[in-house]
Design a protein around this ligand. Structure first.
Ligand code: IMP
Length: 216
């Protein structure tokens, strides 16, 4: 597998929540990172129908624009009883008519739909967060790393930490939502650990084990 030869990468995201989490995950490795937002790169349109396609769109756009390897994240929430919706449209469910995003509105929409199919017991409210990372080089080569975190949707929202749908997601084996956890608890992973908790930390662990942990 092609190695990451440069000590610098672009984080191909304009999402402040994701950027904060990646900054924490990357910190122990001393890798120099700059975000697509900081560089003023335009946000490409996510035209794909899978997490992989959308992750590739974002990473390739950033790699080609900068001449550096770029790491993107396409992620979302899958709710089993809703046919895995919102899935790749997770961010879109928060988009208001004026273009702004409101995740309170999005969480209410998920809850309304769960109530609509009478999903009121924990076993009927199962779902997962998915994160697909794409590492792309300026010449078009891509590699993918996927992580999933299983859990259940709770109502009302709990906690003010994290971002997006964190306050309604209770990961399996825990009694606090992602919104009630610090970023470190949500990652549940430090370099060398065998397991991670969040979908993003699970995907990042695979990326780090491939590209960062064997670095001289
Ligand atoms: P996209 O990857 O830009 O399509 O956006 C994915 C959306 O999924 C984000 O805007 C969040 O709303 C949601 N999402 C992804 N990861 C997380 C997470 O770790 N916590 C809460 N919401 C998330």
């Amino acid at each position: 597998m092609r190695a990451l030869s440069e000590p610098k990468i672009v984080l191909a995201t304009h999402n402040a929540g994701k950027l904060k989490e990646f900054t924490g995950l990357v910190r122990p490795f001393g890798l120099e990172v700059v975000s697509a937002g900081e560089l003023g790169l335009p946000e490409p349109e996510e035209t794909g129908t899978t997490f992989e396609e959308n992750a590739a769109v974002k990473a390739l756009a950033a790699a080609r624009a900068t001449g550096l390897p770029a790491l993107s994240d396409d992620s979302g929430l899958e709710v089993d009883v809703l046919g895995k919706a919102p899935g790749v449209y997770t961010a879109d469910w928060a988009t208001l008519p004026d273009g702004r995003r409101d995740f309170g509105v999005a969480m209410e929409k998920v809850e309304r739909m769960l109530q609509g199919v009478r999903a009121t017991t924990p076993d009927t409210r199962r779902g997962r967060f998915v994160a697909t990372l794409c590492l792309a080089w300026p010449d078009g080569e891509t590699q993918f790393f996927r992580g999933e975190a299983e859990g259940q949707l709770v109502w009302p929202p709990r906690g003010a930490d994290g971002f997006g749908y964190d306050p309604v997601f209770l990961p399996d084996g825990h009694d606090r939502t992602f919104g009630e956890m610090s970023a470190e608890e949500k990652h549940g992973w430090n370099p060398g650990d065998a397991h991670a908790l969040s979908h993003r930390a699970r995907a990042f662990k695979l990326f780090a084990e491939t590209h960062l942990m064997a670095r001289p």
